[in-house]
Design a protein around this ligand. Structure first.
Ligand code: BGC
Length: 361
């Protein structure tokens, strides 16, 4: 069977023949991969600046945003059945007894850093025709979502952030009615973050550089958020926000946006910047504001099973409210043969590789 591989030493990205999976045993599940989304992390791995192949392998099979169909189940599987549509989670727990997070099945909070991530760190990913996964790492998806379900993994970024935001803002001992939220960046993570906030009835604004007349800005408005063009309006001139959700991955832009955070506000970081040059920021001003305005900074990496379940529910609500706009987030579906190009080229909102058709519903 074929898959898309990155060879970091040889600096190559190409299709490879992988061995066919062995028959499943115990709680293993054989998955037919239907679709895989491509994101900034894949492009960084494709540029050889991120990602690690499994121990002993010279290559890493890419792909962590997957939608698959259960093809066969091992004898001890109880949670899924052949024909089910599933999204596999990405992160696998570290082996250390002292990591309470991993032992509690919350590897998104792993403290040792020895977790593995499929398609990213020390484990092959899903951009291949078949794969085997333990049932513990599969989340069943309703068939009605099949044409947009590949968006579930990137939506878990917002879902996990929302879970965390809800918990930490319990610190404010009054009912929070009208929440003003600013999303920084109009890439897939930003747009999905905005969609998730609209579904939660936040008054949602997206701030990015694209022109207010662009198709992307129109799509953001169609999803129920307001769009602010960074070329027309400075961050300093914005009315303050209760929540700022960073989805640009550029630390200088992120820190510049602190001026738009209200008292008692929450600043959520989701981007993972590369190792760029040092950036001067006025740490006195930042610290003074954080203390005097009771502000909170939250970093969050996706995602636990609960975040996937929340993402599925948010996607169902978004499909009820704006089905055409949600579908329009997937700007291109390519074949496996075309996939090497996708990790080196930018374009559109969410690019998806289509590997197979699922069973007829
Ligand atoms: C993935 C996460 C992963 C992170 C860091 C993101 O693109 O969605 O699952 O933890 O990259 O590797």
């Amino acid at each position: 069977m074929r898959g898309l591989a990155v060879f970091p030493e040889a600096r190559e990205v190409r299709l490879v023949e992988q061995p066919e999976p062995l028959p499943v045993t115990g709680t293993q599940v054989l998955l037919r991969i239907l679709e895989v989304g491509i994101c900034g992390t894949d492009r960084e791995i494709g540029a050889f600046t991120y990602g690690t192949p499994p121990p002993g392998s010279d290559h890493l099979i890419l792909g962590h945003e997957a939608l698959a169909e259960v093809a066969e189940t091992g004898p001890d599987v109880t949670l899924v059945r052949p024909g089910d549509l599933v999204v596999p989670t990405v992160r696998r727990p570290c082996p250390h007894a002292r990591c309470r997070a991993c032992r509690a099945e919350r590897q998104d909070f792993c403290v040792t850093g020895d977790f593995r991530e499929r398609g990213i760190k020390e484990a092959h990913g899903f951009l291949q025709e078949w794969t085997v996964e333990d049932e513990a790492y599969l989340v069943v998806v309703p068939r009605e979502l099949s044409d947009v379900a590949v968006l579930i993994e990137p939506l878990t970024v917002a879902a996990k952030a929302a879970e965390q935001a809800q918990a930490v803002q319990e610190r404010l001992p009054w009912e929070r009615t009208r929440i003003r939220a600013l999303v920084l960046g109009a890439g897939p993570v930003g747009i999905l973050g905005a969609m998730s906030m609209v579904v939660k009835r936040y008054d949602t604004f997206v701030y990015s550089l694209e022109s207010a007349a662009s198709e992307r800005a129109a799509l953001i408005r169609a999803l129920g958020a307001s769009y602010i063009c960074g070329q027309d309006v400075s961050l300093r001139d914005l009315e303050p926000f209760d929540v700022i959700y960073e989805a640009v991955g550029i630390s200088s832009v992120a820190f510049a946006a602190f001026t738009a955070l209200d008292s008692n506000g929450l600043f959520i970081f989701t981007g993972i910047p590369g190792h760029g040059a040092a950036n001067p920021i006025n740490t006195d001003a930042l610290m003074r504001d954080i203390v005097l305005k009771n502000q909170l900074i939250l970093g969050t990496v996706n995602a636990s099973r609960s975040a996937y379940e929340l993402a599925i529910s948010e996607l169902e609500q978004a499909m009820f409210l704006f089905p055409q706009s949600v579908r329009a987030l997937i700007t291109r579906r390519s074949t496996l043969e075309e996939s090497p190009r996708l990790v080196t080229e930018h374009g559109g909102i969410k690019q998806v590789v289509k590997l197979a058709n699922g069973r007829a519903p």
